[in-house]
Each structure stands twice: as structure tokens, then as C-alpha cells.
Design a protein around this ligand. Structure first.
Ligand SMILES: NC(=O)c1ccc[n+]([C@@H]2O[C@H](COP(=O)([O-])OP(=O)(O)OC[C@H]3O[C@@H](n4cnc5c(N)ncnc54)[C@H](O)[C@@H]3O)[C@@H](O)[C@H]2O)c1
Length: 429
């Protein structure tokens, strides 16, 4: 199919490989567009069954948002991709144990596409990765299919984000500009035409590598600035200064300052993992990325800093860490989602448990995780808690009841700052 066809065809079939936090909203958006039929492929039968039944497998996406996927064809068998005009790849890109890029899922998806894609289909990689992946890795695995055209388009979904200025909050991200870079001008044109059917703004760039690098710049920018503000938080604490008041003051400057707020450490995929894709690629090219490495170090140390504040809070009341009852409030990696990948709650809990503390948690969006089952906040406070640690202030958690209870409060989000600042029970972290 030519650009004109992807732009104007009355009937278009688009395959999505990988139905997770990225693939599901993208698929939902495409399913809403007129004339687009989908083929959903994931290795996880449970996810496909949930979507078929009209249920969202992810806590931050409502059933109503994924409802249009119920009528689409989905299978764990990649043969479902056979009649697609375009295939969009949204599979995970984690790190290996040695903290190097693990492109196993991208390679596996490429093999599935090589064996099943129809003649001349457009293949677009959406997973975050190092510059050159689309051409070298995807292109390498698809070398036997020179008829396929390849492009990269980074997913910019921000799970749980609601844009106050967008109608309906734009939970699927249709108003977020979409970058597109092909491995050839023709591929860029075709991918642009496809995405223009669902995104308000599509921004073509000169190559797949530019689009891949741009995505990493976005994530590295956040990771480095969060590390910086985390480091400043610790320094100001040592100097007897309140980071939140300092940031409020600095943020009154209307130019040249972008505010980032500190927290308990980084979680999710974008910040703890993606910058190391860049570091790896830079090393391979003989260059250094010291900011990236250092920010990773600082951000990974943050749960340890929070643990030291928990110990100090308990110490104020003469309570030993061994046997202390610690309630973590919010174990998702951020507000508004139930995703716990790389959450700083886990290293924090591991350290406190290692010291003999009894650690439990309350997070209405994470009913179950490796720490056990989420507790009802009121019941936990009634049972007896020595210290509450606010890691994520999820909606639906009645923090006022924490403020009102006779417990120490370690607050990493300034969630109870206005209410408790100056109270001897309150420990900012
Ligand atoms: N989650 C985010 O906020 C976000 C934002 C932007 C970009 N990204 C990037 O998008 C990519 C996907 O992330 P995600 O959060 O959606 O991951 P996810 O783990 O939520 O979902 C990935 C899905 O792919 C499936 N899968 C794995 N290997 C497969 C294969 N070979 N064939 C078919 N399906 C396969 C898994 O079963 C899973 O359902 C990653 O590269 C990530 O860095 C994520």
C-alpha cells in the first residue's frame, strides 16, 4: 500500500504486537477511528481474554476506554497478523542482569512478523530503545523480507495522565504529538499517513535514529532532573532548609527554570531503564554519558535515604526498627496507576524488613503485590501502626486519617506538609 492508501483507504487492517500499558491505549485509539480493523497479538492469553470480554487488564485504564477492543480479532498465534497493512510493535525493552539492553522481545516480534506479515506491509517499532535498533535489529531480523518498510515512532503515553485542557482528559494520548522516523523517506511518509488518522499532530523527522534518540532525550531529561532535585533535597535537609519551600520560591521565576519535584526514588520503565539504553549505545560509539550514569546512581540510592528517615522517625519515639509496624502508603511507581514495575517501595521494604520491621502497605490500585495484600487504611491504623510512609498519594487514600492518628509520618511527597509541618510526628523525606 502507498502513502495515499494508508491515508485514504476506507478499510485498513493494523496489527498490534504487545498489548500492555503502551499497546492497549494505542489499539483503543485506532479501534475508534473509522475504517480501521485491528489484529491483536500478545503472548499472554489472559490479557487477550480480558480485552475480548471488554475488561481492562490495567487499573489505570477504564473498561469503557478499552471497550472497542472487544470486537477485534486477537490471538497468541502471530498468524493473526497475516492480512495487516501495518504492524505496530509495542513489546517490552528491559535490561539484562548486566544492565544492558535486552531486545529479546523485539527480536521475537520481528521473527513473528517475518513469518506472517503480508507483502509490502509497514512495520513500526514503538518500544523505547537505542538509536539504530529499528534499522539494525528489526531490519536485521527482517532481512529476508525486503518488501516490508520499517519506521520508528516512540510511544509517549503517560499512564494515568489526564490533560486538564483536553476534552475528556485525553487519556489515550491523541493530542500528544507523535514523532515518526522511517528507515527510508517512503516509510516515514507511510507511517505519517497512518498516524495522522488518529493523532492530532504527527511530526515526521529525517530518520528512525532521530526519533529513537529523541525519545531517550525526553526520558534522560526527566531522570537527570529528578536526580538533581533528589540530591538537592538531601543537601537542603542537612542545611536545615525545606526543599518544597525552596522549590516554590524558585518556581516563581517565569523563565529559565523547569520545576521537578523530589520523591522516594524512580519507578516504572521510562526512568529506571531507558537511560541505560542510551548509556549502552554511547559506550558502543566510544562516548561517555556521565550524567546518565550518575543520575541512575542517585535515584537508586533514594529509597535508602527514605529508610534512614523511617529509622530516624522511629528513633524519635524510642521505637526500635526491629519489630516496628511500618505502613507504606502507595506502592505503585506513581500516582494514578497500579503498575509496580521498579517501584522504590520494594527496595525500601526490603531494607526495613531486613532490619526486622513488619512492613505492610495500602494502595487501592495495587490489591496484591510481592509485599502481600493491600490493607484498608482505617483498619491498619486501628490495628496499630508505628510509622506511615507516604510514597504515593493515590486518590481514595484518606490521608487525613493518617494525620489524625497517633503515628509518626514520613512523607516523601509533601502530601501532608501543609497539615503537619512543624508537628514533631512529621518527618519530610
Ligand atoms: N509504560 C509506559 O509508560 C511507556 C511509555 C512509553 C514507552 N514505553 C515503552 O513501550 C514498550 C512497551 O512497554 P509497556 O509498558 O507497554 O510494556 P508491558 O509490559 O505493559 O506490555 C508489553 C506486552 O507485550 C507482550 N509481549 C512480550 N513479548 C511479546 C512478543 N514477543 N510477542 C507479542 N507480545 C509480547 C507482553 O505479554 C505484554 O502484554 C517498552 O519499550 C517501554 O519502554 C512504555
Amino acid at each position: 500500500m502507498e502513502r495515499a492508501d494508508l491515508e485514504a483507504a476506507d478499510e485498513l487492517t493494523v496489527g498490534i504486537v504487545g498489548l500492555g500499558a503502551v499497546g492497549i491505549p494505542l489499539a483503543s485509539m485506532l479501534a475508534r477511528a473509522p475504517g480501521i480493523g485491528l489484529r491483536l497479538h500478545d503472548l499472554d492469553e489472559g490479557i487477550l481474554a480480558a480485552l475480548k470480554g471488554g475488561r481492562s487488564p490495567l487499573a489505570h485504564l477504564d473498561d469503557a476506554l478499552v471497550a472497542p477492543l472487544a470486537g477485534q480479532r486477537g490471538s497468541t498465534d502471530p498468524a493473526v497478523l497475516a492480512d495487516c497493512d501495518a504492524v505496530l510493535v509495542c513489546v517490552p525493552t528491559p535490561l539484562t542482569e548486566a544492565r544492558e539492553p535486552d531486545l529479546g522481545a523485539v527480536r521475537a516480534a520481528a521473527v513473528a512478523i517475518a513469518e506472517n506479515a503480508s507483502e509490502g506491509a509497514l512495520v513500526v517499532l514503538e518500544s523505547t530503545t537505542w538509536p539504530g535498533t529499528t534499522r539494525e535489529v528489526l531490519g536485521g531480523a527482517l532481512a529476508g523480507r525486503p518488501d516490508l518498510e520499517l519506521a520508528y515512532s516512540p510511544e509517549r503515553v503517560d499512564p494515568g495522565r489526564v490533560d486538564p485542557e483536553a476534552p475528556g482528559g485525553d487519556p489515550l494520548g491523541a493530542r500528544v504529538p507523535k514523532l515518526v522516523g522511517g528507515t527510508s523517506p517512503g516509510a516515514t511518509e507511510r507511517a505519517t499517513a497512518l498516524y495522522e488518522r488518529v493523532f492530532e499532530t504527527v511530526v515526521p523527522v529525517s530518520s528512525a535514529e532521530v526519533a529513537e534518540a529523541a525519545k531517550l532525550v525526553e526520558n534522560v531529561h526527566r531522570a537527570v532532573n529528578i536526580a538533581l532535585v533528589g540530591e538537592l533535597k538531601i543537601a537542603f535537609d542537612a542545611m536545615g532548609l525545606d526543599i518544597w519551600e525552596v522549590l516554590d520560591a524558585a518556581a516563581t521565576k517565569p523563565f529559565g527554570f523547569t520545576r521537578f519535584d523530589p520523591g522516594p526514588g524512580m519507578g516504572g520503565h521510562c526512568l529506571p531503564i531507558d537511560p541505560f539504553y542510551l548509556a549502552w549505545a554511547a559506550r558502543r560509539a566510544g562516548a561517555e554519558t556521565r550524567f546518565v550514569e550518575l543520575s541512575g546512581e542517585i535515584n537508586r540510592a533514594m529509597p535508602g535515604y527514605v529508610a534512614s528517615k523511617v529509622e530516624a522517625a522511629l528513633g524519635r519515639r524510642g521505637i526500635a526498627v526491629a519489630g516496628a509496624r511500618v505502613l507504606l502508603i502507595g506502592v505503585a511507581y506513581k500516582r494514578g496507576v497500579g503498575i509496580t514495575e521498579e517501584s522504590p517501595a520494594f527496595p525500601l521494604a526490603a531494607r526495613l524488613r531486613g532490619e526486622g520491621a513488619e512492613v505492610s502497605y495500602c494502595d487501592p490500585l495495587v490489591p496484591l503485590c510481592e509485599l502481600g495484600e493491600s490493607r484498608d487504611l482505617a483498619a491498619a491504623l486501628e490495628d496499630g501502626i508505628d510509622v506511615c510512609v507516604v510514597l504515593v498519594d493515590q486518590d481514595g487514600v484518606e490521608l487525613e486519617s493518617v494525620a489524625a492518628a497517633d503515628v509518626m509520618v514520613v512523607d516523601t511527597r509533601a502530601a501532608l506538609r501543609t497539615r503537619l509541618l512543624g508537628d514533631p510526628r512529621y518527618v519530610p523525606a
